[in-house]
Design a protein around this ligand. Structure first.
Ligand code: GDD
Ligand code: MG
Length: 345
């Protein structure tokens, strides 16, 4: 069977003040539906995983309780709790070790971010079926490539190499090069060649294959974990799987996908998702606007009323005792200002 693991330990700071320490982004519903991003991710994976007993989640101790509350059917033994977040390389290494211990080297594992939006569930399932077939039949680290639409500096870039074959009519290619979060200039160069896709952040492989690759390229992470277990966690280097493994491995493959994808990175993603032709603003609040356009307006309390006059391209978020007002093109800087705010709870 196939063992999907949800990576659910990030903080999602760019959705502050809605996301705060104990209520990070993956616990929120950002599209107005009743399921949080984490729950929606689990729903989607359960369609291909064949029951809760095959689904795993790795998260940090800080938000463990929230994860249990949100996913009450997840078996306790499938919830890995990190004493401290050490970024995704350690998370991938630990979860892969645990799954290998229980199911052996041939177990097929997939890692999935907890905070993505996916439009077409059926196409997603078809792609995953092809990806697991590829992982089962070769020594492969399988990535899913998204057609890029602009020179983003927030994603990994995958350069497509030779076409190797196909499963269920979905072609796959060898990866020539993987570059995590390039600078703007490099991203533009990549884009202009037409040969690059964005890394979706989902990875599929066999337990034995990824562990071998980690031994070769990230021994500083896998060896302590193997020898001393998860107690060593706080001493592990903080590195993402993209830098620790993907930029180095030579057995990466990419399946170009077209299931409609968005990394819900910051408030602007809400606009991409929810913008309606007939409304100049995206309103997740009671909003009365005069001469206001291109605004994203959110209020947690349905009784709050937000009134705007003569505004353009702003994000306004009201949550409990905090109100955020920011120009749309500067939402990335929320992370910075959070560092100067002492008493965020
Ligand atoms: N368990 C655990 N522990 N999960 C973590 C940790 C950790 O320490 N740190 C991050 N995560 C989770 C996040 O919650 C998220 O679901 C996922 O891992 C990816 O982490 P991000 O921090 O969101 O990564 P990113 O968006 O900067 O970059 C990654 O995703 C992009 C696509 O969205 C990379 O893989 C990029 O190459 C990729 O393009
Ligand atoms: Mg992300």
């Amino acid at each position: 069977p196939f063992f999907p693991v949800i990576l659910a330990g990030g903080k999602g700071e760019r959705f502050w003040p809605l996301s705060r320490a104990l209520r990070p982004k993956q616990f929120l519903s950002l599209d107005g539906s009743s399921r949080s991003l984490l729950q929606a991710t689990a729903d989607r994976l359960l369609q291909i995983a064949d029951g809760w007993e095959n689904l795993w989640v790795i998260t940090s101790s800080q938000i463990e309780r929230g994860v249990r509350e949100q996913l009450p059917s997840l078996p306790s033994v499938n919830l890995l709790v990190e004493s401290q977040g050490r970024d995704t390389a350690a998370a991938v290494a630990w979860a892969s070790l645990e799954i290998k211990k229980r199911y052996g080297e041939e177990a097929i594992i997939g890692f999935f971010p907890a905070d993505h939006w996916i439009a077409d569930q059926e196409a997603f399932a078809r792609t995953l079926s092809a990806a697991t077939q590829l992982a089962a039949s070769s020594e492969a680290i399988v990535t899913l490539g998204i057609k890029p639409t602009f020179a983003s500096t927030g994603y990994g870039y995958i350069e497509e190499g030779e076409k190797i074959g196909s499963f269920d009519e979905l072609p796959f290619f060898h990866v020539n090069r993987f570059t995590e979060k390039p600078d703007r200039e490099t991203a533009e160069k990549f884009l202009s060649t037409g040969k690059f896709s964005w890394n979706s952040g989902m990875f599929i492989f066999r337990a034995g294959v990824v562990l071998k690759e980690l031994h070769t390229h990230a021994p500083e992470i896998i060896e302590p974990l193997e020898q001393q277990g998860a107690d060593i966690y706080p001493q592990l280097p903080k590195k993402s799987i993209d830098y620790a493994l993907m930029e180095k491995t030579s057995i990466a493959y990419v399946l170009p996908v077209e299931f409609g994808w968005d990394d819900l990175g910051d408030w602007n993603a809400i606009e991409r998702l929810l913008k309606k032709e007939d409304n100049p603003n995206v309103e997740l609040a009671t909003h009365v606007g005069l001469d206001t356009q291109g605004a994203v307006i959110y209020a947690t309390d349905p009784e709050d009323v937000i009134v705007t006059i003569g505004l353009e391209d702003v994000v306004i978020v009201r949550d409990r005792n905090v109100t955020l007002i920011v120009k749309k093109d500067r939402t990335q800087e929320i992370k910075q200002i959070l560092k100067t705010l002492q008493s965020d709870s």
